[in-house]
Unconditional design. Structure first.
Length: 105
């Protein structure tokens, strides 16, 4: 079974993703902040990480930077955000191992 970690500070989004992904047979774990998400990535074994970029305390960008510093970047990170990404931010995501990003744009 595929293990998914979803890191997002929005409870409704976490619950919706968890429900949908569980319905298709995926094992989903979630957390509501970047600090806990970072710990889970470092200590866990996830096939996919869904990462919100705009969170208080530790943003998705900061999670990615810390993972790079520690050499712990998972293979399949997908970034989710409602913000408009600059070209510099898009490059940073790719440089930090993000496979794909999804925006509302």
């Amino acid at each position: 079974m595929m293990n998914v970690l979803h890191i997002d500070d929005n409870q409704a989004i976490r619950e919706t993703f968890s429900d949908v992904l569980s319905m298709v047979g995926l094992d989903v774990e979630s957390t509501d902040n970047g600090k806990d998400g970072l710990k889970k990535i470092i200590n866990g074994n996830f096939d996919v990480v869904l990462l919100d970029l705009t969170m208080p305390e530790l943003s998705g960008f900061e999670v990615l930077e810390e993972l790079q510093k520690q050499g712990k970047t998972p293979n399949n990170i997908f970034a989710l955000t409602a913000m408009t990404l600059t070209d510099e931010q898009k490059k940073s995501l790719k440089d930090n191992g993000v496979k794909k990003y999804f925006t509302n744009q």
